[in-house]
Design a protein around this ligand. Structure first.
Ligand code: ARG
Ligand code: ZN
Ligand code: CA
Length: 251
């Protein structure tokens, strides 16, 4: 069996409205989801169709809430990485080379659309802005969470990116067009033409094969995503071993 890696997490709660100063319980509910999803202990794992069930992975990664930093602000919605700067009214990263920093705050609309969250791939940005940003209404499973993104899977998806996972369709599929030429560089996930939304019926096909729509790295509703594949697990774990881009987070 794989050894378990544990990653300390700092959560910055940056709020203007009082309701966005989410409770400790809501924060812990997100950590609990991460610990289930990254160890195949999520109770919905049994919904994976038979043809994919041998690919479901226990990634052996755990998360420990290290610190909660609460900051009240005058900013309604944040652009870019401004929430990561105390000078701009946000919160500076805390120990960002050894702790996963998550900023929970309102994000500016993108062409009128809500952004659930975003994160950076390993080794791509200055540590001052490394980590994940998630809106309060999509963080955790209790308190102010809003369906259909109320099962903490935005956190699972964003930390998948932070541990080097691409979307199921890879780096192409701009404007949500179906493009099958590039993929996610993971051998056991079917090549996918572009994002799936809502709760797709099985089987859903794009690049001639059946899409793994229930993977955390697709865009489906929270209750319709419930697995990482074994290939994704080894890609994430390889960032946490000697020579890996995230090894400094493992104590
Ligand atoms: N759109 C975001 C991203 O690409 C997050 C998608 C998360 N999906 C979800 N069902 N929670 O990083
Ligand atoms: Zn994503
Ligand atoms: Ca693949």
């Amino acid at each position: 069996r794989n050894i378990t890696f544990t990653i300390p997490v700092v959560v910055h709660v940056i709020y203007k409205d009082k309701k966005d100063n989410i409770s400790k319980e809501q924060i812990q509910s997100q950590i609990d989801v991460l610990n289930q999803d990254f160890s195949k202990k999520n109770t919905d794992a049994g919904q994976v169709p038979k043809s994919f069930s041998s690919l479901v992975a226990d990634a052996g990664i755990q998360f420990k809430l290290d610190k909660v930093n609460r900051v009240s602000t005058k900013v309604d919605r944040w652009n870019g990485d401004d929430m990561k700067s105390s000078k701009k009214g946000g919160a500076d990263a805390i120990d960002p080379k050894t702790k996963l920093n998550i900023w929970v705050c309102k994000i500016a609309l993108d062409r009128g659309q809500e952004i659930l969250g975003f994160a950076y791939f390993p080794g791509t940005v200055n540590s001052k802005i490394d980590g994940a940003v998630i809106q309060p209404q999509f963080f955790g499973t209790t308190g102010t969470v809003s369906a259909p993104f109320n099962k903490g899977r935005t956190g699972t998806h964003e930390i998948g990116h932070w541990l080097n996972l691409e979307h199921m369709w890879g780096p192409d599929a701009t404007n949500n067009q179906k493009q099958c030429d590039l993929d996610d560089a993971v051998a056991d996930t079917p090549n996918t033409g572009g994002p799936n939304f809502g709760c797709p019926t099985f089987p859903t096909k794009s690049c001639k094969t059946t899409d793994m729509t229930m993977n955390y790295m697709d865009y489906v509703d929270d209750k319709c995503m419930y697995m990482f594949s074994k290939g994704q697990s080894s890609r994430m774990r390889s960032t946490l071993v000697k020579g890996g881009a995230r090894v400094s987070y493992v104590s």
